[in-house]
Design a protein around this ligand. Structure first.
Ligand SMILES: NC(=O)C1=CN([C@@H]2O[C@H](COP(=O)(O)OP(=O)(O)OC[C@H]3O[C@@H](n4cnc5c(N)ncnc54)[C@H](O)[C@@H]3O)[C@@H](O)[C@H]2O)C=CC1
Ligand SMILES: O=C([O-])CC(=O)C(=O)O
Length: 356
């Protein structure tokens, strides 16, 4: 490059060349400072509980790719040494450690900033999420007891179903331990948003990358309420019937996957993607990135129920602000009214279980 520069005849050519060289050097410095800045983002430990499962494995992979993570802790009752060894060979920032068995849960959690919980059994065709309660409620209770002991300030991302009950269970466990902070407990409903965006973009024939759809309520059947009246960009010409069908498909999205998998579990890959988006938003909030907004099932006073999914602004302490519902169409108002009894009873069931 410099030899070529010296051989150039005219001053004009040399000037042009010098400008090009400076531009290229500036771009390369900018590129390296960008990668330097992600390496020097604050140290953050993320723990995945249930890391060897259908969701846990791809979620571990996606968290290993996240430059905001410096330490990735993979915990399960079985299978984590293999998953951790595999993921640890990926040449990204985080150190990976696998922990197996209850005796190692404390070490897996110590110092965690974010704990993601996809531990528990998934549905089979014909089951509701509530049918998972008997097994998953106990698993979540045990894990949250350990979180209260070993990392009481972590942001908890609850994926295990039924989310409408497991989040209230977690809150009661933390209350009993004296560590409850409503700003730090989240039910992960991001998959409902991911589905609503995908289905809406397909129907409205708009590029999916620019689509946003809030989804409120809870995470089971009719408690999942997508607000297509607030979707952006607004698609003119979607009929009432099409909105009804989009709503139903979003509410039944989980069942669609359970049936297609025909006994081999429920959504894992799309859930890992959704879980990684939500955990990334939590990390960004912790790191002080402004205006990080995601939908989540959190303690809330925007309705008469103590927990409700809505848009939430994330910040350095977790939930910075629970955003309101905004204006609803008549159809959405009916949906809101219809979901309240089921959501109320699922919340109460979780609270009762935790206090038995
Ligand atoms: N919130 C949401 O949108 C979604 C939630 N889910 C839920 O996520 C959960 C996990 O689903 P999959 O990964 O497909 O199930 P899976 O059965 O493939 O994996 C679950 C993992 O949890 C582990 N596990 C069980 N007890 C444990 C304990 N006490 N401590 C730590 N790990 C434990 C198992 O060993 C297994 O590796 C289910 O409850 C499912 O319904 C699934 C999809 C979407
Ligand atoms: O449907 C299920 O059982 C898993 C789930 O929560 C979802 O895919 O939304």
């Amino acid at each position: 490059f410099s030899l070529y520069f010296l051989s150039l005849e005219s001053g004009k050519q040399r000037k042009k060349m010098r400008t090009a060289m400076l531009r290229s050097i500036r771009a390369s410095v900018q590129r390296s400072s960008r990668s330097y800045s992600s390496e020097s983002a604050p140290a953050r430990k993320v723990a995945v509980l249930g890391a060897a499962g259908g969701i846990g494995q791809p979620l571990a992979l996606l968290m290993k790719l996240n430059p905001l993570v410096s330490s990735l802790s993979l915990y399960d009752i079985a299978g984590t040494p293999g998953v951790a060894a595999d993921v640890s060979h990926i040449n990204t920032r985080s150190e990976v450690v696998g922990y197996m068995g209850e005796e190692n849960l404390g070490k897996a959690l110590e110092g965690a900033d974010v704990v993601i919980i996809p531990a528990g059994v998934p549905r089979k065709p014909g089951m509701t999420r509530d049918d998972l309660f008997n097994i998953n409620a106990g698993i979540v209770k045990g894990l949250c007891t350990a979180i209260a002991k070993y990392c009481p300030h972590a942001l908890v991302n609850m994926i295990s179903n039924p989310v409408n009950s497991t989040v209230p269970i977690a809150s009661e466990v933390f209350k009993k331990a004296g560590t409850y902070d409503e700003k730090r407990l989240f039910g992960v409903t991001t998959l409902d948003v991911v589905r609503a965006k995908t289905f809406y973009a397909g129907k409205a024939k708009v590029p999916v990358a620019g689509v946003n759809v809030p989804v409120v309520g809870g995470h089971a059947g009719v408690t999942i309420l997508p607000l297509f009246s607030q979707a952006t960009p607004q698609a003119n010409g979607l009929s009432d019937e099409e909105i009804v069908a989009l709503t139903k498909r979003t509410q039944d999205g989980g069942t669609e996957v359970v049936e297609a998998k025909a006994g081999k579990g429920s959504a894992t890959l799309s859930m890992a993607y959704a879980g990684a988006i939500f955990a990334d938003a939590c990390l960004k909030g912790l790191n002080g990135v402004p205006d990080v907004i995601e939908c989540s099932f959190v303690q809330s006073n925007i309705t008469e129920l103590p927990f409700f999914a809505s848009k939430v602004r994330l910040g350095k302490n977790g939930v910075e602000e629970v955003l309101g519902l905004g204006s609803l169409s008549d159809f959405e108002k009916q949906g809101l009214e219809a979901l309240m009894p089921e959501l109320k009873s699922s919340i109460e069931k979780g609270i009762k279980f935790a206090n038995q």
